[in-house]
Design a protein around this ligand. Structure first.
Ligand SMILES: Nc1ncnc2c1ncn2[C@@H]1O[C@H](COP(=O)(O)OP(=O)(O)O)[C@@H](O)[C@H]1O
Ligand SMILES: O=C(O)C1=C[C@@H](OP(=O)(O)O)[C@@H](O)[C@H](O)C1
Ligand SMILES: [Mg+2]
Length: 207
């Protein structure tokens, strides 16, 4: 986990946000396909913070892909590893941490995030989630005959819990920069930061 600071001279609002954030991390939660990884990365670039995705971190420490982990050790082992990895990552804030969709369902992970982070629920509707997750086969929970029904059930189970996050940002079919900008605006308002932080188009973007 190397620091990835890309804004050596932050503007006044960015500096104020970083000061109020202190050692806390900005933590994205929400369902598969909501854009936690994509928007988290974008927000980290704008604020000049390190970006960590819990799934990437799990893949790196286990030297296995998420589907391989589920296949070989089962979901329970994956969840145990996820809890440990997130707990450890949160100790080294500030940073932007995008979690996997199930992570916030774990009560211990939720209290670690509450203590060491500012949580942002990226909320999305079912059609948008379906469209996004259909492009990749890397989500074991959706590798079955009716992924839409699975996502709908997870929405029922998880949305009340995601609602415990500090902030909720409704996402939609719009540019990543527009969503990232709304997240940053919500963070500024939550942290009492005056002014606006500009999100420029077309900074480095990769999956
Ligand atoms: N605002 C957006 N506009 C276009 N594509 C997006 C947007 N947000 C996410 N995506 C794409 O949707 C897919 C799922 O996003 P991802 O960040 O992996 O979601 P999550 O981490 O919440 O499961 C990715 O291919 C990502 O690039
Ligand atoms: O919702 C879930 O339980 C999961 C979400 C995935 O991450 P994304 O939410 O980033 O797709 C990944 O952690 C795993 O496949 C399980
Ligand atoms: Mg993700």
């Amino acid at each position: 986990m190397t620091p990835d600071v890309q804004t050596p001279f932050p503007d006044a609002s960015t500096a104020a946000l970083l000061e109020r954030l202190g050692a806390r991390s900005i933590v994205f939660v929400g369902l598969m396909g909501a854009g936690k990884t994509a928007i988290g990365r974008k927000v980290s670039q704008v604020l000049g913070l390190r970006f960590i995705d819990s799934d990437h971190e799990i893949e790196s420490v286990s030297r296995m892909t998420i589907p391989e982990l589920f296949e070989r050790y089962g979901e329970a082992e994956f969840r145990a590893l996820e809890q440990r990895v997130i707990g450890r990552v949160l100790e080294s804030g500030p940073q932007v941490l995008s979690t996997g969709g199930g992570a916030f369902m774990n009560a211990q992970t939720r209290s670690a995030i509450a203590a060491q982070g500012v949580s942002v629920w990226l909320r999305a509707d079912l059609d948008l989630l379906m469209e996004r997750v259909s492009k990749k086969q890397n989500r074991p929970l959706l590798q079955n005959a009716d992924p839409r029904a699975v996502l709908a059930k997870l929405m029922d189970e998880r949305y009340p819990v995601y609602g415990l996050a500090d902030l909720t940002v409704a996402t939609r079919d719009d540019r990543k920069e527009a969503i990232a900008s709304e997240v940053i605006e919500a963070l500024c308002s939550h942290l009492g930061v005056p002014g606006r932080i500009h999100v420029s188009e077309g900074s480095e973007d990769h999956e």
